[in-house]
Design a protein around this ligand. Structure first.
Ligand SMILES: Cc1ncc(C[n+]2csc(CCOP(=O)(O)OP(=O)(O)O)c2C)c(N)n1
Ligand SMILES: [Mg+2]
Length: 1020
């Protein structure tokens, strides 16, 4: 044993440091080879005498040596002899025996044969082995560059900067020559092309590598950092004979291709002038998706949530999700009226939910396709959020039962930043869905734009490399190759629970839509496309030639499906009315009545009993874990909370705590997500405590409320708004029984998520008849913090409210709830912690769900007056849509000269100013807490109460911003256009706020002066 180790030490150059140590130190049992010290120039005499042992060769030899130690037969005979000789003490330079020609007799010389060999040929032997290793690696790294991926053969992927030196004619690049092609080389452990053989002639090595990496599949994976994952992929593509299909599998594949192709042809025949964004040119998408679903179902997945753009969407609905064909066909009937409320959406945006038996696995599977707007890729994070929620509700912690599939277009995948944001959520603990299978319909064009104008990366899929997702490029005209990579992709997801991309390289047979003329802009491409035989025809001919099916069977398959379509078409004529409800992607069983209505039109009190408030308050001011050291500053905060609870008061953070805590105790999951939400941007929340002595030890007191409470999730998000808000919207979509909140760091950062707000949150119910109770917390307030840290842009949300400014509603008992039911979203700006508490609880206690936009105050988080008593939160209390002036103005309302309506934190500035001017009797200040839907009834009561008062709207925002434009016509309607509505606030401006502190204060004072100057509007 000792001799062997000595031999190992002699086989590589020693470092200077090693030379000072014993040369026979044993190799640490677990140490990976690559951690050995790098060779230096201080060679010892024995090494210098074996020149091939220098540099990188020595590593190679070393690997061989350790393999030999484990099993002498695992190395070539010549090496076996060399190691035996070296071990037996052969002098330097004499351990080698010249090997027999490798191309000939592989048995090599027997033991005990002469040990002296000629050094140059030994050197060549090692170099040649290294060269072969490098060549193998070149295929693995860059084989996809020369794979035949493009069905049109005109691929614009340009790898001129990275030429691939592989193939029989390139062996010279590696120092090999023609003569070496028939020599046998030992295969490294990083390839599986040998199958059961450990050595192969170079010619065969190249042939097998060409088969694995350069045909219709291009595997891009060598950037992955994980060795096991790389090995896994190599196995999947390199092992000889991996791509074998049974006759049955081939027939199923053909049948799926028939459905996919004939569906588009049917639509084309019936509605030749309708836009449908057909799949022609990428028909193999259908078997691709079905394969992913079948394989995943086999691996235990029961629920698949999908998101996709326009291209081929109807085909996916028909042939993957299996929506009834007549439901699809009747969408083409322009005469049908819509049965449901709402404005609806075009057919290629609608969603779908379907539970059925997977025929291949005979297991139940639920498939849903999430409705989406035209905005490409915007649905990606929404799908992820919904998937996460479904995993959460069924306790699927590893994503074994629920998964997502995202489809993309090539141009959108490369161009839309949301794709990158979504990828970056994929491995974050509170956002991971444990692997998404991405499928790109890479038709090598985006509307009229060529890829070389549409992206700077060679492939549209390069964005996926950031998360080490393997990318399988495949020629979509080879359905078997497509099905093979889809199987591997599904297995990858089931094995590693990480993202994977299938890039279906295809073409678009028609224009962008069926009405478009592609020859205007892509004449040569389309000349080629016109010549292109359809993939179904090609595949059918192949299978007929192979004898898998007869032509007659193939034709029967076609007529069978055509008949199905015709019959469904006939049935679709019987449809009298269009039901958008049939296209719902996320039903909420049991939440509504059977015909989809709310179970009531009332909302119970949102108050809590005293004991409950105390209990939650106690948890909010404690550290519920043993031996947990929190920061001194935080101790003081918790003590302050305890004192507040003692005196039956809450501040903003405690009001929120009470709302979350009580809902959790009632079994409602609460999820708060956004940047730095755990502590709170303004350091007021502290929902996650950090042990000051133990790294990463944290405690979430909110999860220590009671043994049967729902779990509380509070999670700092990645620095994304678009992606994260989309994700939370998707999470909220899955169930009505959760309070899902997204908080923007500063209010206006929601700009980055505008697409989610404009296209999903605002009109979601109107377009897709699905409700959503997501809550947006948007810090807002003019505090001299500059243009970007002041305004959450209330005007934008208010502009998108659907309540009519000119119609005074009929006042009924259920008006407050009915208004909420009729609106598209609720916009509030609470001025007290109690009202914040109530509005959060109301969100869940309502019998329906609406998005809730809350402008949250920054300065009120710690304002001494912005506190609420328990009395305002007890049973019987509720959210106050408007808080009337209840001060001395009430004693003699007739004497009140001015009634100022306002909202949010400016109230406290107005009250302070009124106090300092001693105008409590003459000026009333009322707070509109719920801006939309507008509390017409309460505002009317207030205006009626002060008949002599001038009515003013006061806001701290600039005149063209804030609430004025929304509030003014509604105040006018309330007063029957009889009383003017005066404006108090900042002048119109381009920026939301000044960056100059002094200017800010001057502006503030000016508006306060106007508010209390009773003759301010006299001459206007
Ligand atoms: C965010 C966004 N920008 C622009 C468009 C307009 N548009 C619709 S489809 C399309 C081309 C999409 O190309 P690609 O992603 O390759 O999908 P394909 O239509 O080729 O399947 C464009 C630019 C859009 N719908 N959404
Ligand atoms: Mg495209």
């Amino acid at each position: 044993m000792h001799r062997l180790r000595t031999c190992a030490a002699r086989l590589r150059p020693l470092t200077a440091c090693q030379m000072a140590q014993s040369p026979s130190q044993p190799r640490p049992a677990q140490a990976p080879l690559r951690t050995f010290p790098q060779p230096t120039r201080h060679y010892t005499a024995p090494v210098a005498a074996e020149p091939f042992l220098n540099g990188t060769s020595s590593n190679y030899v070393e690997e061989m040596y350790y393999s030999w130690l484990e099993n002498p037969k695992s190395v070539h005979k010549s090496w076996d002899i060399f190691f035996r000789n070296a071990n037996a003490g052969a002098p330097p330079g004499a351990a080698y025996q010249s090997p027999l020609p490798l191309g000939g007799d592989l048995r090599g010389p027997g033991l005990g044969q002469a040990v002296v060999g000629s050094q140059p040929s030994v050197e060549k032997l090692v170099e040649d082995h290294l060269a072969v290793q490098t060549l193998i690696r070149a295929y693995q790294v860059r084989g996809h560059h020369i794979a035949k991926l493009d069905p049109l053969g005109i691929s614009c992927v340009n790898f001129d900067d990275a030429p691939v030196t592989v193939g029989f004619h390139q062996v010279g690049f590696y120092g090999l020559d023609e003569a070496d092609l028939d020599k046998v080389f030992r295969l490294p452990t990083t390839t599986f092309i040998g199958g059961n053989e450990s050595a192969l002639p170079l010619r065969e090595i190249i042939r097998r590598l060409e088969m694995a990496y350069c045909q219709h599949i291009g595997v891009e994976f060598m950037f992955i950092n994980d060795i096991d994952q790389c090995q896994w992929i190599r196995q999947k593509f390199e092992k000889p004979g991996v791509m074998q299909f049974t006759l049955e599998e081939k027939r199923t594949l053909l049948a799926r291709m028939v459905r996919s192709t004939r569906f588009e042809e049917f639509l084309q025949r019936k509605w030749s002038s309708e836009k449908r964004f057909g799949l022609e040119g990428c028909e193999s998408l259908i078997p691709a998706l079905k394969t992913i679903i079948d394989k995943s179902s086999e691996n235990g997945v029961e629920n698949v949530i999908m998101g996709m753009p326009h291209r081929g969407r109807l085909n996916v609905l028909a042939n993957v999700i299996r929506k009834e064909l007549e439901q699809i066909f009747c969408q083409f009937d322009s005469k049908l009226e819509a049965a449901d409320e709402g404005s609806g959406d075009v057919k290629y945006h609608l969603g779908m939910y379907h539970r059925r038996i997977n025929r291949v696995t005979d297991r139940n599977i639920t498939l849903s396709l999430v409705a989406n707007p035209s905005h490409l890729e915007a649905v990606d994070p929404v799908v992820q959020g919904k998937t996460k929620a479904e995993q959460f509700y069924c306790g699927d912690a590893d994503g074994k039962r629920v998964m997502s599939i995202l489809l993309h277009g090539d141009a959108a995948f490369a161009g839309q930043g949301i794709v990158y944001e979504t990828f970056h959520l994929s491995d974050l603990p509170s956002y991971t869905t444990h692997g998404t299978v991405h499928v790109v319909v890479n038709n090598q064009i985006g509307f009229t734009t060529d890829p070389r104008m549409a992206r700077s990366s060679p492939y549209p899929t390069d964005v996926a490399r950031v998360v080490n997702a393997p990318i399988f490029h495949v020629n979509a005209d080879d359905p078997e190759a497509v099905v093979y990579v889809c199987n591997v992709a599904a297995e990858w997801r089931a094995t590693f629970h990480k993202d994977v991309v299938v890039d279906l390289v295809c073409y678009r047979r028609n224009g962008h839509n069926e009405m478009d003329e592609p020859m205007f802009t892509q004449p040569l491409m389309y000349k080629q496309i016109r010549k292109q035989k359809g993939v179904l025809q090609k595949y059918a001919e192949k299978l007929i030639a192979e004898g898998v099916v007869t032509r007659q069977e193939y034709e029967e398959e076609i007529s069978k499906y055509d008949k199905i379509c015709e019959e469904a078409y006939a049935r679709s004529k019987d449809e009298k009315i269009l039901h958008i409800k049939h296209w719902l992607d996320s039903p909420w069983p049991g939440f509504f009545t059977l015909d989809g209505q709310p179970k009531s039109m009332s909302c119970p009190s949102t108050g809590l009993n005293e004991e409950e408030l105390e209990n939650i308050g106690r948890v909010a001011s404690s550290v519920p874990e043993e031996d947990f050291t929190i920061h001194g500053g935080l101790s003081r905060i918790l003590k302050g909370r305890a004192a507040m609870i003692q005196s039956r008061m809450v501040d903003w953070a405690l009001g929120e705590y009470m709302a979350f805590g009580s809902l959790l105790k009632e079994g409602i999951h609460v999820r708060l997500s956004g940047q730095d939400v755990e502590r709170g941007t303004f350091s007021h929340r502290h929902h996650v405590l950090h042990d000051q002595n133990v790294d990463k030890r944290t405690c979430i007191p909110m999860n220590h409320l009671s043994s049967n409470q729902a779990p509380y999730t509070v999670c700092n998000s990645s620095l994304s708004e678009y992606g994260v808000l989309g994700f939370e919207l998707g999470f909220a979509m899955a169930s009505p029984n959760a309070l899902v909140l997204w908080e923007a760091q500063f209010g206006d950062f929601h700009n980055m998520a505008q697409c989610i707000i404009d296209q999903f949150i605002c009109p979601g119910q109107a377009k897709w008849v699905r409700q959503n109770g997501i809550v947006l917390l948007l810090p807002h307030g003019m505090e001299g913090m500059g243009p970007e840290h002041s305004s959450a842009r209330p005007e934008r949300f208010l502009q998108m409210c659907n309540d009519d400014p000119d119609v005074f509603p009929k006042i009924t008992e259920d008006l407050p709830v009915r208004q909420l039911y009729d609106c598209n979203w609720i916009v509030v700006n609470c001025s007290t912690p109690a009202n914040y508490f109530h509005v959060l609880r109301r969100q869940i206690l309502l019998p329906f769900r609406k998005p809730l936009i809350i402008f949250t105050p920054k300065s009120l988080l710690r304002h001494p007056e912005a506190k609420s008593s328990f009395d305002e939160m007890l049973p019987g209390t509720h959210f106050q849509r408007m808080i009337p002036d209840d001060g001395s103005t009430c004693k003699n309302p007739g004497a009140v000269k001015r009634l100022i309506f306002c909202t949010g934190k400016v109230y406290y500035e107005l009250v302070k100013e009124r106090r300092s001017r001693g105008m409590e009797d003459t000026v009333a200040i009322s707070r509109i807490e719920q801006l939309s839907p507008f509390p017409f009834d309460l505002v009317k009561a207030e205006t009626d109460k002060f008949p002599q008062a001038e009515i003013a709207w006061c806001q701290e925002e600039h005149k063209n911003q804030g609430y004025y434009d929304y509030v003014k016509p509604r105040l006018r309607t309330t007063t029957d256009q009889a009383r003017p509505i005066w404006y108090v606030g900042r002048d119109p401006a381009a920026a939301p706020a000044t960056g100059n502190k002094k200017a800010h204060l001057v502006e503030l004072q000016r508006l306060l002066d106007t508010a209390f100057k009773l003759d301010a509007f006299k001459d206007l």
